[in-house]
Design a protein around this ligand. Structure first.
Ligand code: AMP
Ligand code: MG
Length: 363
């Protein structure tokens, strides 16, 4: 099966997930724009049969980027002026008014925490900060520091009220019983998906029916007859090399979002061991049960939160969780002694084409 992609005409963006349109559609034109947002390359592709529409489509893409940039500055824990930083500065002090979008993201986060029994937890901030991922000072923290901060991590410490009449505000109370200087939210596992969904909303509001947004490991596609049944998702090999860039691919049927979480995204090595950015909230250490986790769902925010959650849960519990959810598929690659193995929900397993069969096996 290897080498088959070489026979096809395809274009690809080098991302965690690879997307291609397989084959050439003679009457299809692609309008593409790229920007750096959310610390990653964001690409918007719109597909049309009528190239005269291009100026209109480019305006719609610009509006979608504008909206996504607005949310990027709301949800980034690295920006002093973001809404999440404002919440983090005021934790344990008072009831804080939040935006409806923050409320929406935190609702999805809560859902992911509950169904994963705390494997997903946006209150991971205090422990995550000790590791320094995304900064110049990534290092193995002293175990006693991890142990001291672990009790601060608990999604149940977030209490939100939902307004029942117009004019009433969304409010959050967070960490009131914890030490204020150390408690913090980190939306890195869910915000990107929410932002991709908002970009898709803007495209739809502009009448666009066939498009795709990719942002690092997150992707969402809208499909019309132009691209129906011609899209493949190519999953990057987690230990990729020039000879083996892909692990597998599957056909994306209909409209869907796909997210991948991987231990190769933000990591460092110490004494030959890899330490990465997806932390098991029960131990405070990088989750060890998976190497990468890919989730297909209806929208990006769910796919994003679930890929992080399922990564932490690992192949047995993670795939069982995905299997229990309607309209969710998942695949996990994990270390199995010396080799990589993989496990997927039954529907996804059927669509799967493996491109790295020598050293990987399905379990
Ligand atoms: P993703 O690439 O979507 O899996 O998100 C990884 C990011 O989510 C990390 O860089 C952290 O910002 C954050 N994160 C790490 N561990 C967790 C966790 N257990 N639950 C929720 N978010 C996490
Ligand atoms: Mg995620």
């Amino acid at each position: 099966m290897r080498g088959r992609w070489g026979e096809k005409k395809w274009t690809a963006v080098f991302l965690t997930l690879f997307f291609v349109n397989s084959g050439c559609q003679r009457d299809m034109h692609t309008v593409q724009e790229n920007r750096i947002l959310m610390d990653t390359l964001v690409s918007i592709n719109v597909y049309t049969a009528n190239f005269a529409e291009e100026p209109k489509l480019r305006r719609a893409i610009a509006s979608a980027f504008e909206e996504m940039a607005r949310f990027d500055s709301l949800f980034s824990a690295y920006r002093e002026d973001s809404e999440v930083s404002k919440i983090n500065r005021n934790v344990s002090k008072k009831l804080i008014t939040i935006s409806e979008d923050m409320y929406n993201v935190l609702r999805v986060a809560r859902w992911a925490s509950e169904i994963s029994e705390g494997a997903f937890d946006v209150t991971i901030g205090p422990v995550l900060r000790l590791w320094g991922f995304g900064t110049d000072s990534m290092d193995l923290p002293p175990p006693e520091k991890i142990a001291a901060r672990l009790p601060l991590v608990n999604y149940k410490n977030i209490v939100m009220n939902r307004p029942y009449h117009s004019g009433e505000k969304f409010r959050i109370l967070f960490g009131i019983l914890q030490s204020p200087e150390n408690v913090s939210l980190d939306l890195g596992g869910v915000a990107k998906g929410y932002i991709v969904d908002r970009g898709i909303d803007v495209l739809q509001q502009n009448g666009i029916r066939d498009a795709m947004i990719t942002a690092g490991g997150d992707l969402r596609a809208l499909t019309s007859p132009l691209t129906a049944a011609s899209r493949y998702i190519w999953i990057r090999h987690p230990r990729d090399s020039a000879a083996n860039p892909f692990f597998s691919r599957f056909k994306l049927e209909g409209e869907a979002a796909v997210s991948t979480s991987g231990d190769y995204e933000r990591c460092f090595f110490k004494a030959g061991k890899r330490y990465h950015h997806i932390i098991d909230p029960h131990t405070g250490y990088p989750a060890a049960a998976a190497v990468s986790a890919t989730v297909v769902a209806k929208n990006s925010v769910q796919a994003d939160a679930l890929s992080t959650a399922i990564f932490v849960l690992g192949p047995q519990r993670g795939i069982a969780l995905a299997d229990s959810l309607p309209e969710v598929e998942a695949m996990i690659i994990y270390q199995d002694g010396e080799k990589l193995s993989w496990r997927a929900t039954p529907a996804l397993q059927k669509k799967f084409e493996l491109f790295y069969s020598e050293k990987a096996s399905a379990r």
